[in-house]
Design a binder for this molecule. Structure first.
Ligand SMILES: *Cc1c(COP(=O)(O)O)cnc(C)c1O
Length: 404
């Protein structure tokens, strides 16, 4: 229970890595009256929306399907439409989200081959390449990669995984969890040869939870012809055929789709490159603060740093759950807890979606107060000052240092 009245507390931004803060304009865009989803104007609305989503996924050859659901539903759609019971899939585990995707595959009766990696590292393209190179009769049907592991704040190199697959001459499908990267960090479905790209409405798109959005390549569409895992609600064929006629196979989440229309417009108006640059600037300021506190990121090295979430180890002897509870109870501000083996050892600052520097400064200042209250060895204002210096310089400090 927060010491602030809920109506006041709810004005604070959240620093969890999804659901993310909603811009007022998007919240209002979702406030639409009921309308008839079988009327012609729905068809006129849906077609251009799906077409514009392709731009966000950076695909010209693929198709976009949307389902009422969350990102997890998108995983299920990707797997159940393209694979058959007993199919072998290859996946690396380096955090809670890759772990959960493994669980979903196992429950679908797939033969899941796991490459276990140290949490804090990313997708091991070289180990994928080795394994695929040894799979001469192509028993591996799909390679599954979590682009941005939200549990550890690690971004993986999808292009490198694709290159390893190509070098091995392997025809497996490439499925990518882009739930916490799409529309906030660069994602290139076509360039990286991604066959299935999964996201949800409540992260980079800054909306309420409730739409799973999946990019599907032509190769993945073809795989559907022979894939025999059961699917009904998430059937790509039902969805794409209904979409082609301008509708949904069942009742669409109308208000969310209106929100999605406004979100895509907002992203396009800013320009995707500017969206990515903004996320990088936001993340880099947060990382400066973490360094000023003398604390460490879970991500093992700079090339792996996520621009959407930072997972931060607390010093030995401290419990990160107490910190996140205290920040919420005392100051009414939410930060991400440590997940899985990070539980108690790390907390997370989500910095994706709708955030400005002043909003982010309020988060850094608040977590500093919470840390000071609990006796952490930090100096109040140190992280805030480091971020201020960086943002005050327009985020140019990073560029100067990178060039040096
Ligand atoms: C949030 C998230 C998910 C789960 O998505 P839901 O919308 O909660 O079902 C999956 N993968 C990653 C990387 C995520 O960040």
């Amino acid at each position: 229970m927060s010491r602030h009245a809920p109506a006041l507390r709810d004005q604070n931004p959240v620093f969890i890595p999804g659901p993310t803060n909603m811009p007022e304009a998007l919240r209002h865009a979702m406030n639409t009256p009921t309308s008839d989803h079988r009327a012609r104007d729905f068809a006129e609305f849906l077609g251009p929306l799906l077409a514009d989503l392709k731009t966000v996924f950076k695909t010209e050859t693929g198709q976009i399907v949307t389902f009422p659901g969350s990102g997890t539903g998108g995983w299920e759609a990707a797997v159940s439409n393209t694979l058959s019971p007993g199919d072998k899939v290859l996946i690396a585990r380096y955090g809670m989200f890759s772990h959960r995707w493994i669980d979903l595959c196992q429950r679908h009766g797939l033969d899941v081959e796991i490459i276990d990696c140290v949490w804090g590292t990313g997708a091991p393209a070289d180990r994928f390449g080795e394994r695929l190179g040894a799979d001469a009769d192509h028993t591996i049907k799909a390679v599954l990669v979590t682009h941005n592991e939200t549990a550890t704040g690690v971004k993986s190199d999808i292009g490198a995984v694709r290159a390893a697959m190509n070098a091995a001459g392997h025809p497996a499908l490439l499925m990518v969890d882009a739930v916490s990267s799409l529309a906030s960090m660069d994602f290139r479905m076509d360039d990286w040869g991604v066959d299935l790209a999964v996201t949800g409405s409540q992260k980079g798109f800054m909306l309420a939870t409730g739409i799973a959005i999946v990019g599907v390549s032509q190769k993945a569409m073809a795989a559907m012809e022979t894939a025999t895992l059961p699917r009904t609600y998430f059937d790509f064929r039902d969805m794409t055929q209904a979409n082609a006629r301008g509708g949904y196979p069942y009742t669409p989440p109308l208000q969310l789709l209106h929100g999605l229309r406004a979100s895509v417009d907002m992203l396009m108006a800013e320009g995707l490159d500017n969206v990515f640059a903004r996320h990088h600037r936001m993340a880099e300021g947060v990382r400066r603060a973490v360094a000023a506190w003398g604390m460490k990121l879970c991500a093992a090295e700079p090339s792996l740093y996520s621009d959407t979430v930072s997972a931060i180890y607390v010093p030995d002897g401290f419990d990160s759950n107490r910190l996140t509870d205290h920040a919420y109870d005392t100051y009414g501000m939410s930060f991400g807890v440590g997940l899985g083996q990070m539980n108690g050892r790390a907390f997370r600052i989500g910095h994706l979606g709708s955030l400005t520097e002043p909003m982010a400064l309020s988060g850094l200042a608040t977590i500093e107060m919470a840390m000071a209250d609990l006796g952490y060895p930090i100096t109040l204002g140190s992280g805030v000052a480091a971020a201020q210096e960086f943002w005050r310089a327009g985020g140019k400090v990073a560029a100067a240092q990178a060039a040096a």
